[in-house]
Ligand binder design. Structure first.
Ligand SMILES: [Zn+2]
Length: 454
């Protein structure tokens, strides 16, 4: 037998040439030659040693399948894994906590819960539970806030390495406006980050992310040290929160009265870069959006969270005039679902409230290849070009009764994507593969594959 494995089903992915600007926005306007995606109803994805060998139609590739193990996913969609660009791995215990807006919600729910990660056994159990839920939802890569404590963050990296996930994360950094149980001094945060960078950055498929929670949880000295970390390790990512809540913005303005804007505060510490992911960006000024344009910094739009906390409506139409580095995040914690279907669904609804129609292709792109490109990972993940890392998901619209019924009336990939993101859930994820190995198989799916054990 060959070392290759073939997966037969409907194949969908965006081409390498796809950009936010050239994506087709409706199915009538595009010709076969300039469409920026590949859809093959009866297709095959061939994988070897964790990488994509090729993807194409079954009829054109069937001669190459002699002695190749073939897994039958006929009638199901095989597509690159989802990329969630904003989530808190430490907040599973407080999802669906009632009644507060951002600043009160942090004090009342988030901080007490995240404090429990000082215990290593708790951290290991909670973080593994979180990762199990993530792959169950078809997400294979994320930009994620890890625990504050060195030991718990180290455990998180070790578990991610065992799972061989392509992941961008780091210890969340706070030295102010937090309870004593959940803050370290600026120097302690810096020292922990240095140790974690040395141990984990660019190891296996892991990247380290400098992760100041937000300007209100960090002293000026702390933000300065985050800027120093970035200078010392230019390939590290940065993540933080920006313009989420009006009270938050007012408090930042009070702290930094001379700054031109909230984003300018981060910029003054060297934290606005083309590897910085800013969560939310709801109440941005034109000046801030111009800074996105100039810096190529990345927006993570988190509509589930924004709606849950009543933070506001991200204006895609306005932001996209300045930048195409717009990606999607669950903001798990305040976001109440780890499914990127749910995020894409709320993105549609929020846009409708702003009178902007957001096509299926644009949202699916933002949740897959668009995010990979914005994160400088487009050469590695996000589509099925030969040589890419084989992170993919198998989706079955027929796994749930109403979607099965609705699926019968669907005639093309545009409608299929639209019903999946409007009506789909984790129940529709048949399998998730990480680097060519099954990381999750839905127990209801009757698939002859064995899940990797860690
Ligand atoms: Zn967040």
């Amino acid at each position: 037998m060959s070392d290759k494995t073939a997966y037969r089903g409907s194949i969908f992915y965006f081409k390498d040439t796809a950009t936010m600007a050239n994506l087709p926005v409706n199915k009538d306007q595009q010709s076969e030659t300039d469409r920026q995606y590949v859809y093959i109803e009866d297709g095959v994805l061939i994988v070897e040693a964790g990488k994509v060998v090729e993807a194409g139609s079954y009829s054109s590739l069937k001669n190459k399948l002699t002695n190749v193990k073939t897994v039958d996913y006929k009638g199901k969609l095989i597509t690159p894994g989802f990329i969630d660009t904003h989530q808190h791995a430490t907040q599973s215990a407080i999802v669906a906590a009632y009644g507060d807006k951002l600043l009160e919600w942090l004090d009342n729910y988030v901080f007490p819960s995240e404090s429990t990660y000082s215990d290593d056994a708790t951290a290991k159990k909670e973080l593994n539970f979180f990762l199990d839920q993530l792959v169950k939802n078809g997400t294979t890569t994320a930009v994620s806030y890890g625990p504050l404590f060195y030991s718990a963050a180290d455990i998180f990296f070790a578990e991610l390495q065992k799972r061989n996930m392509r992941f961008i994360t780091g210890n969340i950094i706070m030295d102010e406006n937090a309870p004593d149980t959940l803050k370290l001094t600026a120097q302690e945060n810096y020292d922990n980050s240095k140790k974690l960078i040395a141990k984990w950055n660019n190891k296996s498929r892991l990247s380290y992310c400098i992760s100041p929670r937000f300007a209100l949880a960090c002293s000026a000295k702390m933000l300065e040290l985050c800027g120093a970390l970035k200078k010392e390790h230019p390939d590290c990512y940065i993540q933080t929160h920006l313009d989420e809540n009006v009270n938050e913005i007012a408090a930042v303005k009070k702290l930094y009265p001379k700054s031109k804007s909230y984003m300018d505060v981060y910029d003054s510490f060297g934290l606005v870069t083309d590897r910085t992911v800013f969560g939310h960006c709801i109440h941005t000024t034109d000046e801030e959006l111009k800074l996105f344009q100039k810096s190529n910094a990345i927006i993570s739009w988190c509509p589930l969270s924004n709606n849950f906390l009543g933070s506001g409506l991200f204006n895609f139409g306005r932001a996209s005039k300045f930048t195409d580095k717009i990606t999607l995040g669950t903001d798990w914690g305040a976001g109440n679902c780890l499914s990127m279907f749910a995020v894409m669904d709320d993105a549609y609804k929020v846009s409708m409230l702003n009178s902007v129609k957001l096509p299926s292709m644009v949202r699916w792109y933002m949740a897959t290849f668009g995010a990979a490109k914005a994160l400088h990972l487009g050469e590695k993940i996000g589509n099925f070009t030969p040589g890419k890392e084989a992170d993919f998901v198998v989706i079955d619209a027929d796994a749930t009764p109403y979607l099965k019924y609705r699926h019968q009336k669907v005639t093309d990939i545009w409608e299929l994507l639209f019903i999946l993101m409007t009506l789909g859930s984790e129940e529709n994820i048949t399998a998730t593969y990480i680097y060519g190995k099954p990381a999750y198989i839905n127990a209801n799916a009757n698939v002859a594959e064995t899940v990797n054990t860690y």
